[in-house]
Design a binder for this molecule. Structure first.
Ligand SMILES: [Zn+2]
Length: 193
């Protein structure tokens, strides 16, 4: 078996001294790195099955216990999510598994929906109607949708929220950096008036 220290050393030497997550390709401190079993089988310690990934990538993976449970039921995570409306799963799976599936696939659906919308318009106003639509897409309540939007529009995500005169707007990362540039210029011009 290859040890954690060895795998980390191997990763650094491959990446010119930097420790890079094998999933998201971002540089990470050693404390955020986990050695993950690609197939979720902890007994499979073959080098090919071990991957050096960050905690946030690891979290996104299906937890092995739930994967196993789904396997027994002959279901995929995606089916759990899609099956929520049909209520076919309530008797088959515990409620927290459904919540977890919603969290993964619902959030993904909201992200896709936003991407599509923001490819047509520069921004969307973040108001009650916006949260309601996001909630509908993700099949969750508006509070959960609001919480999701918080992560989707965080520094790690693809979207940003900017405020103009007390109104919040959601936009892509690229639009936000344009917006930031403009507001800098405006501030500068105000000063020089
Ligand atoms: Zn990662």
């Amino acid at each position: 078996m290859t040890s954690r220290a060895e795998l980390i050393k191997e990763n650094r030497s491959k990446n010119g001294g930097k420790l890079i997550c094998e999933k998201c390709s971002k540089e990470k401190p050693e404390s955020s790195i986990v050695i993950d079993h690609a197939d979720n089988n902890r007994k499979n310690n073959k080098r090919k099955n071990l991957q050096v990934i960050c905690r946030s990538c690891n979290k996104k993976k299906d937890p092995s216990k739930i994967s196993k449970l789904l396997k027994i039921k002959g279901l995929t995570f995606e089916e759990v999510y899609k099956g929520i409306d049909k209520q076919i799963l309530s008797d088959k799976l515990r409620i927290d598994n459904v919540a977890m599936a919603k969290n993964i696939y619902g959030k993904k659906a909201v992200r896709k929906w936003l991407e599509k919308k923001l490819s047509k318009v520069a921004y969307l106003v973040v108001n009650e109607g916006f949260y309601n639509s996001a909630a509908e897409i993700g099949d969750v309540n508006p509070d959960t949708a609001q919480r999701w939007l918080g992560t989707i529009a965080s520094d790690e995500g693809k979207f940003r929220i900017r405020e103009i005169n007390g109104v919040e707007y959601i936009m892509t990362k690229a639009s936000a950096s344009e917006f930031d540039k403009d507001s800098q210029t405006n501030k500068h011009n105000e000063k020089n008036k």
